[in-house]
Unconditional design. Structure first.
Length: 284
């Protein structure tokens, strides 16, 4: 059985439409952007795919899976290994100013991206979250409120914050992300207990291998971000997979200014654009 593909990323009552959409568009998938998302089956047996442009979600929360006796652990999946792919990722949103401006730029350039959202901001700006979803970007979990004191004393606290945010996203969209990003990244924050706990709950974490440094304390400007990404995408280490860290929350107007030129540079270097899924290669 293949992935359930939804032309409008619909989450309810779309199985028949999904099947016809998947079969009718399969021939054009190599040439055109993937204007769909995919929902995992109950046993996750349909997750493996080769197109890095299609967001993937679960249509059940973890609590639903436990109540129904369904698995919470994903199967082993082979990572994408196709060409030069850039993954634009935006943390800490959504807000009601910079996130919509970023979405406008992405739409103008025919590019999809990944938004790692906090539950707190999703509650404040549900309409922006719905727009991210409707425009076929990927949505990942970035904790409820980004507070390290809740996340890193224990893996139990980390999982509680993630599941809380899952439930908020599900309440707004009817789907649950399978991807997350640990606030601050895993280095220096995760102990050896975190990776197996995430795996047991079906979460796939991705850090980054390229930073725009748009959250640096010295108040950098748009040209700094452009130069950072330009310089970091020249090396062999990111020849195939460039996972780029940026932010879409309040105070990141310079990121908005930099984004069109960042996209232009990446396209000129031969990158295509993907969204983070459980199959996305790790950044190192």
């Amino acid at each position: 059985m293949g992935l359930l593909l939804f032309g409008g990323c619909a989450s309810n009552g779309g199985d028949q439409a999904a099947s016809s959409s998947s079969s009718s568009s399969s021939g054009a998938a190599e040439e055109e952007p993937a204007f769909s998302c995919a929902l995992a089956s109950d046993n996750f047996s349909n997750l493996q795919q080769s197109d890095p442009r299609t967001p993937i979600y679960d249509n059940k929360t973890l609590a639903m899976r436990r109540q129904q006796g369904l698995p919470t652990t994903l199967p082993e999946l082979k990572p994408y290994r196709e060409g030069r792919v850039a993954y634009l990722t935006f943390d800490d949103g959504p807000d009601d100013k910079n996130t919509p401006a970023i979405l406008d730029i992405l739409k103008e350039n025919g590019v999809t991206a990944t938004f790692y959202v906090t539950g707190q901001h999703a509650e404040l700006h549900p309409d922006v979250l719905k727009r991210i979803f409707a425009e076929h970007h990927a949505i990942g979990n970035h904790s409820y409120d980004h507070k390290y004191e809740k996340l890193y004393p224990s893996v139990q606290g980390f999982l509680a914050e993630m599941e809380k945010t899952d439930d908020i996203i599900y309440g707004i969209l009817g789907v649950r992300p399978l991807i997350l990003r640990a606030p601050g990244g895993v280095i220096g924050n995760f102990t050896s207990a975190y990776a197996p706990a995430l795996k047991a709950n079906g979460y796939v974490e991705h850090d980054w291998n390229i930073s725009s440094a748009d959250a640096a304390p010295n108040h950098p400007v748009a040209q700094d971000f452009i130069d950072n990404i330009d310089n970091q995408t020249n090396g062999a280490a990111v020849q195939h997979t460039a996972i780029i860290l940026m932010h879409s929350s309040e105070g990141h107007e310079e990121t908005v200014k930099a984004l069109p030129e960042i996209i232009r540079i990446l396209k000129a270097k031969g990158y295509t654009f993907g969204v983070i899924t459980p199959m996305t290669p790790q950044p190192w």
